[in-house]
Ligand binder design. Structure first.
Ligand SMILES: [Zn+2]
Ligand SMILES: [Zn+2]
Length: 400
């Protein structure tokens, strides 16, 4: 044993004989924080829960996925607003059966607002979704730039995925129902079911074809900008919201220092294509929500103080700059804001209806060339199939 090994051994020994201190370890619950644990709380019949499932930028990062907001209502309804890159993981962390997550509303067709739609649609099917996925999205200035065309192409892009799964799992969740609505609709109803009304107003962002949403239920009003520069429709129609979620980009100064934008880019992107925090504050002063929520920037220890300083120049009401997993519980009397504790090792929750048995395949999905290369190891698989058949009262035969 050389000197280095001896030293390592000595360090290891020292680590093993750490003497416990006199202070007892805190018992669980002693330091209870005000934390939301997904899957553990029933909503009251008059309550709305809003979960930030993505608050970041077009390129997701471990701390923040791109835009996505989950709205859950006391009547059992659930809605997703935008489903940007990286947000599927955050939705999965809510431990909600995919069958309940069957309604997605897209504000516009930037990748940071619908980049995880395909993953959520097809991945959700493998995670027991048996309900068609319904998607609402705006028309565009031409048919080729609208939601219906985009999702038709998405279906085509995943032709192999769909064909490969159809005969293996219950395919009912693969059905995609798309509703394209007029992006020019002003406070126009696009959804009305079960006491919930969703309206849209035009947004001003990059190109014609972006919208913002207004959801009303049981006397509560949720408004969500998706992406937009300040506009007259937002000021007119989102007044007195219970929760008003609006994009708030980094101010131009931080776009230059943190994102390495050149000054002209920073000014245009932060204040003309998007909404800077001072503009966000101005909008909130004009619309006076019970709770203003800003999102769509890198929310860090060094950016947040700047955002707060900026917004306070134009707004002195309640405001939260949301991070991923910030949770809002809203009733007529109270708005509670918490962080979530996330279980990273989630499995799919149970489906809410019975799965259909899959009929045995009539022919192999493979060509003879591929089939000939398949090693089934009957001596290994035989006992596995026998055991499962015995435990489940089935009689499935190992393919020849
Ligand atoms: Zn956008
Ligand atoms: Zn965006």
């Amino acid at each position: 044993m050389g000197i280095r090994e001896l030293l390592s051994l000595a360090i290891l020994m020292a680590a093993l004989v750490v003497v416990p201190t006199a202070q007892a370890a805190p018992s669980p619950g002693e330091h209870k924080m005000d934390i939301y644990y997904p899957g553990t709380e029933e909503l009251a019949p008059d309550e709305m829960r809003v979960v930030a499932c993505g608050t970041g930028m077009p390129s997701p990062r471990p701390k923040q996925a791109a835009a996505c907001w989950l709205v859950e209502l006391g009547n059992g309804d659930k809605f997703l607003f935008d489903i940007g890159a990286g947000s599927h993981e955050r939705i999965a962390a809510q431990k909600i059966s995919y069958d309940y997550l069957d309604k997605v509303f897209l504000g516009h067709l930037h990748v940071d607002h619908y980049g995880d739609l395909a993953s959520f649609w097809l991945g959700g099917t493998t995670m027991n979704r048996l309900t068609p996925l319904r998607v609402w999205g705006p028309s565009g200035p031409t048919p080729e730039l609208g939601t219906a065309h985009a999702l038709k192409l998405m279906k085509g892009m995943y032709a192999w995925d769909i064909a490969s799964r159809e005969s293996v799992i219950d395919p009912r969740g693969m059905v995609l129902e798309v509703t394209e609505f007029d992006y020019k609709g002003v406070n126009k109803v696009i959804f009305e079911e079960n006491g919930v009304t969703i309206r849209t107003i035009p947004a001003i962002h990059s190109l014609d074809g972006a919208v913002s949403f207004i959801l009303e239920w049981n006397g509560l009003k949720f408004t969500y900008s998706s992406d937009t520069a300040p506009n007259s429709w937002w000021i007119e129609h989102t007044k007195d919201s219970d929760i008003s979620i609006h994009e708030s980009f980094l101010p131009p100064s931080l776009m230059i220092t943190k994102m390495k934008f050149i000054p002209k880019e920073a000014l245009i992107v932060s204040t003309i294509v998007h909404t800077s925090p001072q503009q966000f504050g101005k909008l909130m002063s004009l619309t006076k929500p019970r709770m203003a929520v800003g999102y769509h920037f890198q929310n860090d220890f060094d950016t947040l103080p700047v955002m707060i300083e900026e917004v306070r120049k134009t707004y002195d009401g309640p405001v939260v700059f949301a991070e991923d997993y910030t949770v809002f519980n809203i009733t007529k009397d109270k708005i509670r804001v918490r962080d979530s504790a996330i279980d990273e090792a989630v499995f799919p929750p149970n489906p809410i209806r019975e799965k259909n048995p899959i009929p045995p395949p009539t022919e192999s999905p493979y060509s003879k060339f591929i089939s000939d290369g398949h090693e089934l190891f009957p001596e290994v698989l035989g006992p596995i199939w026998d055991k499962i058949n015995k435990e489940n009262g089935t009689d499935y035969k190992l393919p020849e």
